[in-house]
Design a protein around this ligand. Structure first.
Ligand code: HEC
Length: 107
């Protein structure tokens, strides 16, 4: 049931995003669906706390690597514990789509 709700959310958000390229649209939808927006703010521009990073316009490869390291526990510094808790929600493909989307947002 949760999976179905998630699919519906993705569909609705993708439709709302309207006419964007598929890869960018997926990343934008995932960013909201996987709760990234709660901590990193709309479009990765307004983090919840000053100790949380802005993501808009950051290098794609760098972000993808950081997400993988936070997920695996290889990166466990500063505030990473806050984010690690939700990383079971994202696959490697999701990480690529998210990094692609965020790297293309103008900071
Ligand atoms: C509960 C809060 C929270 C959520 C949810 C969250 N993050 Fe984070 N994220 C953080 C914090 C805090 C850090 C910085 C960790 C540190 O202090 O080293 C971070 C770091 C990052 C970094 C590395 C930034 C850098 O400059 O090194 C990326 C990329 C990132 N998050 C992307 C995401 C994405 C994409 C999602 C959704 C799948 C997400 N985050 C969900 C809190 C969160």
């Amino acid at each position: 049931m949760n999976y179905r709700n998630a699919m519906m959310t993705t569909l609705v958000l993708t439709l709302l995003a309207g006419g964007q390229m598929a890869a960018a649209g997926d990343g934008a939808a995932l960013y909201k669906e996987k709760t990234c927006v709660a901590c990193h703010g709309p479009d990765g521009k307004k983090p919840l706390l000053p100790v949380y990073p802005k993501l808009a316009g950051q290098n794609k490869a760098y972000m993808a690597q950081q997400m993988k390291d936070i997920k695996s526990g290889a990166r466990a510094n500063g505030q990473t514990a806050a984010m690690k808790g939700i990383m079971h929600l994202v696959s490697d493909d999701d990480i690529e789509a998210l990094a692609d989307y965020l790297s293309k947002v103008k900071p």
